[in-house]
Design a protein around this ligand. Sequence first.
Ligand code: ADP
Ligand code: ADP
Length: 219
Amino acid sequence: SAALRVTEVSKTYPGSSTPALDNVSMTLRAGELLAVLGPSGSGKSTLLRAIAGLESLDSGSVEAQPAHDRVAVVFQSPGLFPWLSVRENVALGGRYKRNRDRFDHDAVEDLLGVLGLAGLADVPVTELSGGQAQRVAVGRALAVRPDVVLLDEPFSALDPATREDLQVWLRNVARELNLTIFLVTHDVAEAVALGDRIGFFGGPQGFSREWVPARDGTT
Ligand code: ADP
Ligand code: ADP
């Protein structure tokens, strides 16, 4: 079933002569990881921000299914709270969305475990490597228990070996938590490694094509 539907969305930034989004339509299915691949400037981030509700549209609509209206976003730079520990950064993600008195500490410990961060829970985030910091950023986003996770080039700032580690890690976390993910990337290998489906941006028709890769044996 669809988690959210984008229908004929167009957007031209003020002062620009060409549209950043030109009549884009797509469906994000519940439980899938849809990777959106395309060159820099093709409108991927604009679409992601439109889905997040951060972008005004000239026309078209973004509709989340009622059960999928809670969205979390992770950007390329982790943007952690530098004076807090790993646990506190992850916990704060949940605190922003819940009643503070009903905050569930066990849930944070469980999430740290799933994320492989339990051993780093008390470490100040200023002492983390780039890859560790980005895991914490994803953890903080997941702490709101989002229905849809939007990832905008989440691993692009990392070195190739760390990037591959985090791709494997994300795939496992996504499976374990049955996440619905919209991933924007300009890295073909990343899209192929992670995407259940891949959407291409930047063709003459904007969001042009999708295919199911052979990872699960289907075509
Ligand atoms: P991508 O994520 O694929 O690199 P973007 O969505 O960032 O593409 O950009 C699509 C187009 O819109 C580009 O031409 C870019 O320069 C332009 N653009 C993006 N953000 C803004 C903005 N805030 N103001 C004006 N133009 C923008
Ligand atoms: P990305 O390719 O990941 O979208 P960019 O370097 O294109 O990253 O954009 C970084 C930031 O600059 C974004 O917030 C985007 O909205 C903004 N931006 C991009 N292009 C323009 C532009 N032509 N005018 C104003 N802001 C822009």
